[in-house]
Ligand binder design. Structure first.
Ligand code: NDP
Ligand code: PYR
Ligand code: MG
Length: 753
């Protein structure tokens, strides 16, 4: 089963990378390039002006080009993750991945560069001349000891930060965990005795950082594959011998006796329970080899229930993972135009991460990891990767340390304002979607995929199962589904269910239930029977209604309205709520919620107010503080017309209902989204641009959201169907597999609420 799970993951990952534009990254223009005038400004002849300005004053490159926000992720592919020397080309997916994480977590523009040489001089020469292009260099997956030489030489040659993440990223996160583990076990770093297994890139960097933080050299014993790194050895390279000590210990087993701390940066299974048993009371054990640790937490706990344990894995508490560091460290370094990333900045990052773990965890973060106790203690010594507070905690600490240590070229005066700006810079949507996914993983659900014979639905169902969200139920004929899966080369059906509406033993109770609802609406029993047997939406909705499924998803082969009409034959709306749909548009790091994109053609003022209230609640559930604009072509009375009356009346209704969110209108969308234009209306109650856009009618809602998707390059989620008493979602007919999985997850999360 484990092998099958891995094969499924491999298949999905390949499909993920090949779908649409191949790979994970593209370049987008930040300036309009549509007219002859644009062209003459962006390129020749206008572009000569910034060129000459930069020649006169090179620091203006940060003002006139993208340099200041750009980091190169550079590898030669000699140590790709734990996979070994795969070469430069095969490392590209990892480097693209890292570039995307830079963007997502810290709005840094990462560009991957794969350099096809194993020769240190050639590599250094290639990278050293790239300085003008970038604000920083992130070296990645380069094997030891070459990585040490390469980094050392590039740091000396370049005037921008050069940072080998496998060394320092790992060290910073491990150090942060260590600060807290020492605190929780009542130890002083100056007295603690540490054993480190592994003497490669990550281990040497960890040892150096921990020593810079105050651990005494004599208290650190390093081991490599041949045992303890001691002064009597003649086979040590310069990086190992810098940490060799005088000691009688020769093996890891000798070294572990009485040690307070163990850091594993070596290989799976290098440590035994017997070794752990000989450590000091409350031993600290960070077994960080990936993907399998030096010793499993279960084995440690079998001999030491007083241990504090961390691993590199996400399926145990306390994950030491470098994604907690690099995006935010570079963000801080770039924002002060740092010349380098020095020890002061690394220590500041480690301390900031450690401090964040001691703070109260907000509900939305805790929700993403429900089932786990996220309160400072043995099982929570380090923040979790989807904590949206990381950026505002780490980047200012790094920036301040750069300023203190004299490597900042552009100091930040208002550090509080900077922190606020960082928090606002990131869109909480990704974190809230992660929270929803985590909720479903912790509370898996049975979701009916109504159009179960469709290839897209089958792939989405497989993906749903593989992600651990629960049991997908495909509605369709088993032989047809099996044939489609075989033709697509997809794996088996384990963990999935197929329900053929014609053969199901449940058609009788479903028909009885539905006949009760429809008998006075012109349906005979046999009409209802035919519906249940032949309409997969009706069958799936009946499953949800009679609790044979927790939620359903449909929509790839029939129009929204046709699906909604099928579903509402079976399922009621929630009392006091409207049925309508909300589309989330994500563009340029900003999310807006647009409603009603599908149901009410010309909503009344009352309906607009209801839509506003329900949409604001959805926005809040997804981590956004709602600021609701009731939109029109008119802004506060100009120009006058009949259409603006309804949004204006809806605002009055919201006032009467004393809702607890910001709202205003009628207002034009250009004003609602633009902070400068909003200033023209000082009485307006929106304290910042709106993020919930209530459209005056279906035309504008539907057209604008689709236009943004097709022309504006916005990512859309939804339309999310609101107001039904059971969780059902209807995807658009052009939905991708990922869209369907998102909507199924959303429905499943709704079922768990
Ligand atoms: N959790 C995290 O965030 C991270 C974890 N890691 C993990 O750390 C490990 C090392 O990575 P990295 O430093 O980049 O790799 P390197 O290749 O640079 O170093 C590996 C080191 O492990 C030593 N080693 C191998 N086998 C044993 C053994 N049985 N006992 C003791 N030491 C041994 C090697 O010894 P010798 O020098 O004698 O060959 C070498 O010093 C990997 O498992 C990696 O997954 C790395 C980065 C981040
Ligand atoms: C996490 C990482 O950077 C590595 O395993 O190489
Ligand atoms: Mg790496």
């Amino acid at each position: 089963m484990a092998d099958e799970t891995n094969r499924n993951l491999d298949r999905e990952a390949l499909l993920f990378h090949i779908t649409g534009r191949p790979g994970k990254i593209e370049i987008a223009a930040t300036k309009p390039l549509t007219t002859q005038r644009d062209l003459s400004l962006a390129y020749s002849p206008g572009v000569a002006a910034p060129c000459l300005a930069i020649q006169r004053d090179p620091t203006t490159a940060y003002d006139y080009t993208a340099k200041g926000n750009m980091v190169a992720v550079i590898s030669n592919g000699t140590a790709v993750l734990g996979l070994g020397d795969l070469g430069a080309l095969a490392s590209k997916p990892v480097m693209e991945g890292k570039a995307v994480l830079f963007k997502k977590f810290a709005d840094v523009d990462g560009i991957d560069l794969e350099v096809d040489t194993r020769d240190v001089d050639e590599f250094v020469n290639c990278v050293r001349y790239l300085g003008p292009t970038f604000g920083g260099i992130n070296l990645e997956d380069i094997k030891a000891p070459e990585c040490f030489i390469i980094e050392q030489r590039l740091r000396a040659l370049m005037d921008i930060p050069v940072f080998h993440d496998d060394q320092h990223g790992t060290a910073i996160i491990a150090a942060a965990g260590l600060i807290n583990a020492l605190d929780l076990s009542g130890r002083d770093i100056g007295d603690a005795k540490m054993v480190v297994n592994g003497a490669g890139a990550a281990a040497i960097a960890c040892v150096e950082l921990v020593k810079a933080m105050g651990m005494r050299s004599a208290n650190v014993t390093l081991c490599d594959s041949k045992g303890v790194v001691h002064r009597g050895r003649s086979d040590l390279n310069q990086w190992k011998s810098a940490h060799a000590i005088d000691t009688e210990a020769r093996s890891l087993q000798d070294a572990m006796r009485g040690a307070d701390v163990f850091l594993g940066l070596s290989v799976k299974g290098a440590v035994t329970a017997e070794m752990v048993a000989t450590m000091a009371p409350q031993p600290i054990i960070f077994a960080m080899a990936n993907p399998d640790p030096e010793i499993t937490p279960e084995d440690v706990l079998s001999v030491r229930d007083d241990a504090i344990i961390a691993t590199g894995r996400s399926d145990y508490p306390n994950q030491i993972n470098n994604v907690l560091g690099f995006p935010y460290i570079f963000r801080g370094a770039l924002d002060v135009r740092a010349r380098t990333i020095n020890d002061e900045m690394k220590i500041a990052a480690a301390r900031a991460i450690a401090a964040l773990a001691r703070e109260d965890v907000p509900d939305e973060v805790a929700a993403a990891y429900s089932g786990r106790r996220l309160r400072y203690g043995r099982d929570y010594i380090i923040p979790v990767p989807f904590d949206p507070r990381l950026i505002a905690a780490i980047s200012p600490a790094v920036a301040e340390a750069a300023m203190r240590s004299g490597v900042a070229r552009k100091p930040i005066i208002d550090i509080i304002g900077y922190r606020r700006e960082l928090s606002a810079r990131l869109d909480p949507t990704a974190a809230s979607l992660q929270a929803l996914s985590a909720q479903v993983i912790n509370n898996p659900k049975r979701v009916a995929f109504a159009e179960g014979e469709e290839e897209k639905m089958i792939r989405a169902a497989l993906s749903y199962r593989n992600a651990g969200y629960g049991t997908p139920i495909l509605i369709g004929r088993a032989e047809k589904i099996a044939a489609t899966m075989a033709a697509m080369g997809l794996g088996g059906l384990e963990g999935m269910e197929i329900q053929n509406a014609k053969l199901s033993t449940q058609t009788k109770p479903y028909t009885d239930y539905l006949y009760g609802r429809l008998q006075r609406h012109g349906y005979l029993y046999r009409d209802v029977q035919r519906l249940v047997n032949s309409d997969r939406n009706v069958f799936a909705a009946s499953m949800v209604m009679l609790q044979d499924a927790d939620a359903m998803v449909t929509g790839t082969i029939r129009h929204f309205h046709s699906c909604l009409s099928d579903i509402t034959k079976v399922i009621d709306q929630t009392p006091g709520e409207l049925v309508f749909s909300v589309t989330l548009l994500i563009a340029r790091g900003r999310t807006v919620f647009i409603a009603d994109t599908n149901v009410h053609e010309a909503p009344s003022a009352q309906e607009l107010a209801d839509i506003a209230i329900q949409t604001a609640a959805l926005a809040r559930r997804m981590g956004h503080e709602p600021r609701v604009a009731l939109l029109s072509y008119s802004t506060f009375g100009a120009p006058l017309g009949r259409t603006p009356d309804r949004p204006r009346q809806a605002v009055a209704l919201l006032e009467d209902r004393k809702v607890e969110f910001e709202f205003d209108g009628e207002i034009g969308v250009h004003v609602a989204l633009d902070p400068d234009l909003l200033k023209l209306y000082p009485f307006c109650r929106l304290s910042a641009p709106a993020n919930v856009l209530i459209m005056p009618g279906l035309h504008s809602a539907n057209i604008s959201s689709k236009l943004m998707q097709k022309m504006g390059g916005a990512t859309t989620i939804g339309p999310v169907l609101m107001g039904l008493s059971r969780p059902c979602q209807i995807v658009p007919m052009d939905a991708t597999v990922s869209d369907i999985v998102h909507m199924a997850t959303l429905a499943a999360a709704e079922a768990g609420r």
